[in-house]
Every structure is written in structure tokens, then in C-alpha cells.
Design a protein around this ligand. Structure first.
Ligand code: NAD
Length: 380
């Protein structure tokens, strides 16, 4: 795996150019001439502040709610990466973020000039935080610009899109990761341990529910979201059932819940109940909704049970088991997730939340929709 230039490398290179005292360009006579050449050569390289030295630079693409309220604040806490750049079509946001996060002009892009990010050596990772239907285009463009990529969930709308995203990153020899923050959250990690290590015996049944209310905008537009709550929050249930068992579902059955607001949920489901069959007879019962708040992960095993409620929020996760309460700290999930990816790049090790993992979730989501539409059990 080729590792792209780190900010530390950029700094030493720029110092060499700026501080050569004539040694780098001996054929140019005056200091002004030498400075002109070094500025030209150096124009896409940003000096990295002392506190960010040695960290990988991340550019966020799409400055909506998740970037603004979660990712950017988390990037003030990360140890191995920092917020180096932004991609936005809003000049108001560009000016505000530049001020708040000290982002240099040359690291601010819009969607049209985004591809020129390839010339910017202070950006190592591009993080795609756009509506779901735009993930494929921007992941492919980021990889083709020679950047490592993090893509938000769901990875894409179809398995074919996922395949093209994975292929683009492979071809560019860049790493691809999905924004699965709960793989870095201690309560969810403990549920993985309890399930996979059969701490309470073999898992028999799982309940996973994630729903919210008051959803609007692109999330209820099928063309941009790919579906309704299943794509947005139901995916956490699919993920959770996979990570607590370490197994892949064999088949799914699904039923759409009756629409209470058909005029709002015109082309996406308002709610969905589904089951997943896993090897060994494990059954997962799942629910998702855009009109009801739900947030639960429960494992029932031969000799006991474990439950998170709420299971999936950014903080405030609570857990109990048949053996007592789970006592783990609340952590900044996004900071840990981004730091882990930066470390994976730096040390050339795989990310635990890969494009292949994102692809498998999309494959299962598509099977759930097929089951919902046909009323049939769909094998995966
Ligand atoms: P948002 O609506 O708040 O922001 C979307 C951003 O995309 C905005 O900056 C908007 O300007 C931009 N955009 C560009 N073209 C657009 C278009 N044609 N229509 C609408 N917006 C457009 O959304 P968000 O909540 O920030 O979600 C963005 C992505 O992040 C989604 O894929 C979502 O699933 C994911 N997300 C993940 C988590 C998580 O916990 N991992 C949480 C929230 C969102």
C-alpha cells in the first residue's frame, strides 16, 4: 500500500524550498526570482501548523448537519488526522468554516473544481458526507484524485455502485473506509464480544430497532436516499446483527408498515419490519421507522441476555445484561473512527470498516426491499 504524503513531509519540503538561500535554484540570481519559482512550485502546499504536524489532512465533502455537528468538532480531538480542507458549494459556509477552523483558501473547493484536490499535498483523506445517491460519484472522483476515502453510510444505493467504488480505490491504490462509528464504541464492542465469544452461550435471537421522527428533505426523496428509513437508520440494525454474531444472514423476510402520512412518504417506506435468518438458526427481528423513535439492540442467548437501549446514538448509550449493568465510558466515536483510519493508512494495515463491509450491507438492504416488494422470503 502506497502511503500518500503526510503534512510532516509537506512541511519539510516547503522549508527546503523557502529556506534554501540560493542552494536550490543556483541559476537564479536574485532572491525575488528564487522566491517566485519556489512560490509557483509550492502553490498547492500549505504550511501545517505545529499542532497538526505528523497528522493526515482530511477534507470533508458536504458541510451538512453531520459534518458540522459531529465530524468537524471530532476532528479537533483527533490525534492522527485533522480538518485540512472542505468541499462546499456555499460561499457563506466556506467563509464561516475558514474562520472557525482556520482553513487556508487553497484548501477550500467547490464541487466543480473538486478534482484539482489531486494537486493538494496537504489533503490525504477525502471524507464523503453527501446524500446517499452522490456517494459513488464523489468516492470515485476522490480515488482518481489520488486520495484515501471515507464514505458515509449507506455506502451507495446498489451493489453495482459499491463495486465501482471499491474498484476505483483499488485501481488508485488508495484505502476505502465506511463511516461505521459504532465499531469504535465500547458498549457496542462489548456486545460484539458477548455475541461472538458466546459469553452467555450461543445467541438464539436478536432484536434490533432504529427509528426516528420528523425526517424531511433528501432523506424522503428516493432518488437521493435510495429508500426510506431502512437506508438511513435501519442499516444500523443490519450492521449490529452482523457484528454481534460475526455471521452473514442467509435469508430475509420483510413487511412495510401502513403509511400514516402517505402524502409525505410518497416514494419511500415510512416504516419496515423485517427478519433475518443467520446460520445456526439465529433469528434477528428488526424494525425501522420515520415516524416512531426506536433505538434498541438486544441479544438473547442460551444462558442469558444483553441489551443496549439506546444502542446507536452519538452518546448516552446504556447497556445491561442478565449478569448486571455494562459500565463503559462515553467516547467521541467519530474521533476514534477517523483516527483509526488515519493509523491504518500510516501503518499500512486494513481498516476494520471496509468498503467490502459497506457493500455487504447494501446487498442485504436490497434483499430486504425485494422481500418487502414481493412478500417473499429472499435468500442472500
Ligand atoms: P444534510 O442534509 O445535513 O447534509 C447534506 C449535505 O450535502 C449538505 O451540505 C448539502 O448542501 C449537500 N448537498 C450537495 N448536493 C445536494 C443535493 N443534491 N441535495 C441535498 N444536499 C446536497 O445530511 P447529513 O445528515 O449531513 O447526511 C449526509 C450523509 O451522512 C448521508 O449519507 C447520511 O446517511 C450520513 N450520516 C451518517 C451519520 C452517522 O452517524 N454515521 C449521521 C448522519 C448522517
Amino acid at each position: 500500500m502506497k502511503i500518500s504524503a503526510s503534512p510532516r513531509e509537506n512541511v519539510s519540503w516547503s522549508r527546503e524550498v523557502f529556506c534554501c538561500h540560493g542552494r536550490c535554484f543556483p541559476w537564479l540570481k536574485t532572491k525575488a526570482q528564487r522566491l517566485h519559482v519556489s512560490n509557483e512550485k509550492n502553490k498547492n502546499i500549505t504550511m501545517v501548523s505545529e499542532k497538526n504536524r505528523g497528522k493526515l489532512g482530511i477534507a470533508l465533502v458536504g458541510l451538512g448537519a453531520y459534518s458540522e455537528n459531529q465530524l468537524a468538532p471530532a476532528l479537533l480531538q483527533t490525534k492522527h488526522c485533522y480538518l485540512a480542507g472542505i468541499v462546499t458549494r456555499s460561499s457563506e459556509k466556506a467563509a464561516r468554516w475558514k474562520r472557525e477552523y482556520d482553513i487556508p483558501d487553497e484548501n477550500i473547493y467547490d464541487y466543480d473544481n473538486f478534482d484539482s484536490i489531486r494537486d493538494n499535498r496537504s489533503i490525504d483523506i477525502v471524507y464523503i458526507v453527501l446524500p446517499n445517491a452522490m456517494h459513488e460519484e464523489y468516492v470515485v472522483r476522490a480515488a482518481q484524485a489520488g486520495k484515501h476515502v471515507i464514505c458515509e453510510k449507506p455506502m451507495a444505493l446498489t451493489v453495482e455502485q459499491c463495486d465501482r467504488m471499491i474498484a476505483a480505490c483499488k485501481e488508485a491504490r488508495k484505502m476505502l473506509s465506511i463511516g461505521y462509528r459504532l465499531h469504535f464504541e465500547p458498549h457496542n464492542l462489548e456486545m460484539m464480544r458477548i455475541g461472538r465469544e458466546e459469553v452467555c452461550g450461543k445467541v438464539v435471537r436478536i432484536k434490533a430497532e432504529h427509528g426516528m421522527s420528523d425526517t424531511q428533505g433528501w432523506r424522503i426523496d428516493k432518488a437521493l436516499a435510495g429508500g426510506g428509513p431502512l437506508m438511513d437508520v435501519g442499516i444500523y440494525c443490519v450492521q449490529a446483527c452482523r457484528y454481534v454474531t460475526g455471521l452473514e444472514p442467509i435469508a430475509v423476510e420483510a413487511t412495510e408498515t401502513p403509511k400514516t402520512k402517505p402524502e409525505k412518504f410518497r416514494d419511500v417506506e415510512e416504516g419496515l419490519n423485517w427478519t433475518m435468518e443467520f446460520p445456526g438458526g439465529i433469528i434477528a427481528e428488526c424494525r425501522t421507522s420515520y415516524s416512531e423513535k426506536q433505538n434498541l439492540l438486544r441479544i438473547e442467548a442460551e444462558n442469558g441476555w444483553a441489551e443496549l437501549s439506546p444502542a446507536f446514538p452519538y452518546s448516552g448509550i446504556k447497556g445491561k445484561t442478565s449478569g448486571g449493568d455494562l459500565k463503559f465510558p462515553q467516547v467521541n466515536q467519530q474521533a476514534l473512527q477517523m483516527d483509526d483510519f488515519a493509523l491504518a493508512i500510516k501503518t499500512s494495515r486494513p481498516t476494520p470498516v471496509s468498503g467490502e463491509m459497506g457493500r455487504q450491507d447494501v446487498k442485504i438492504l436490497q434483499a430486504i426491499y425485494r422481500a418487502m416488494e414481493t412478500g417473499q422470503r429472499v435468500e442472500i
